[in-house]
Ligand binder design. Structure first.
Ligand code: FE2
Length: 317
């Protein structure tokens, strides 16, 4: 989280510069035009503005003004936009953040994530969106345990390796795991579920292996009963995310990996409402087989998913 309070100019510096610049920029209020107003607004920036803050806000303002000019925004349309943001604010509380939902459904969250991982080494596991349902402090469970706390559904075993520098296994890596229950809801959204349902924390063994049991996840809609949902509908889009399981993989000396595994064949795999699904993170259910080749037969064991997470060593400065 960026603390803009520390980088934005103080109210005093703003006041000082506004007076000082009004004559220096050479444009008086009555001479403002649709063409010159952007430069006039930018010329009011205080000298004390932090460089990065200045870069971001300058670009944001230029794009915003260009957008208004390009579509020739009418006063009624401008008011509709303001009303939309007000409605997004009103529906936001400590359990629901409509602005994150908007960022997700408009692809901004995915873009920020893609940019921040653009220079990953080859072979590193791709990241995916954290989403709004992560909970910190979930107690550790032994390998092999189930994260379904009494919820019925079709069992799936999830197992694999955590791999580090040089392709070696990482022992003692932590895996935070969470997913929606088969009714499409996370425990945070559904009072009928036991606390911490469909969540667990696991640790790789001395060979870098992890294993846990879960229920086959299903696709679910993001909250779409508010302004973000209206916007999706207006675009002719559905609100569904393909079935997935979230992970945060951590180990000393490695970058934390926030990612998710997506289930192949899901009807929404190519149209994820929040643009999080990736080919490299798509997994198939496999059947446990006894025997080899033509002699193999189903064992009655649950289907399993096998996936290895490849971590990136922490960059040394
Ligand atoms: Fe999710």
């Amino acid at each position: 989280m960026v603390d803009w309070a520390g980088v934005a100019p103080s109210p005093q510096s703003h006041r000082f510069v506004r007076i000082g610049r009004s004559t220096r920029d050479g444009v008086h209020m009555q001479k403002l035009t649709a063409s010159n107003i952007t430069d006039v607004v930018l010329s009011r920036f205080g000298e004390a503005a932090n460089e990065r803050f200045r870069e971001i806000l300058t670009s944001a303002l230029r794009h915003l003004h260009d957008f208004v000019r390009e579509v020739r925004l009418t006063p009624e349309e401008w008011k509709a936009g303001i009303d939309f943001l007000v409605a997004a604010g009103h529906i936001t509380d400590d359990k629901r953040n409509e602005f994150i939902l908007l960022s997700d459904t408009l692809g901004v969250s995915a873009l920020v994530d893609l940019l921040s991982h653009a220079r990953q080494p080859a072979g590193a596991t791709d990241s995916s969106l954290l989403g709004p349902f992560y909970r910190d402090g979930v107690p550790e469970m032994p390998n092999g345990a189930s994260i379904a706390r009494g919820t019925p559904g079709e069992t799936v075993v999830v197992r694999g390796l955590v791999i580090g520098a040089g392709g070696g296994p990482v022992a003692g890596a932590g895996l935070d795991v969470w997913q929606a229950a088969p009714n499409g809801l996370y425990d945070l959204q559904d009072e009928s579920q036991p606390d911490l349902n469909m969540r667990g924390k696991f640790r790789t063994d001395s060979s870098g292996r992890f294993e846990f049991r879960s229920l086959k996840p299903l696709s679910y809609p993001v909250p779409h009963d508010g302004p973000a949902g209206e916007l999706l509908l207006a675009q002719g889009r559905h609100p569904y995310r393909p079935a997935h399981i979230h992970f945060i993989v951590t180990a000393p000396g490695y970058e934390a990996l926030t990612t998710a595994l997506y289930i192949a064949g899901d009807p929404y795999i190519d149209s994820d409402a929040v643009f999080g699904a990736k080919d490299s993170l798509t997994v198939h259910y496999k059947k446990s087989q006894a025997g080899q080749g033509d002699n193999s037969r189903a064992t009655g064991e649950p289907d399993f998913i096998e996936f290895n997470f490849n971590l990136v060593p922490t960059r040394r400065l």
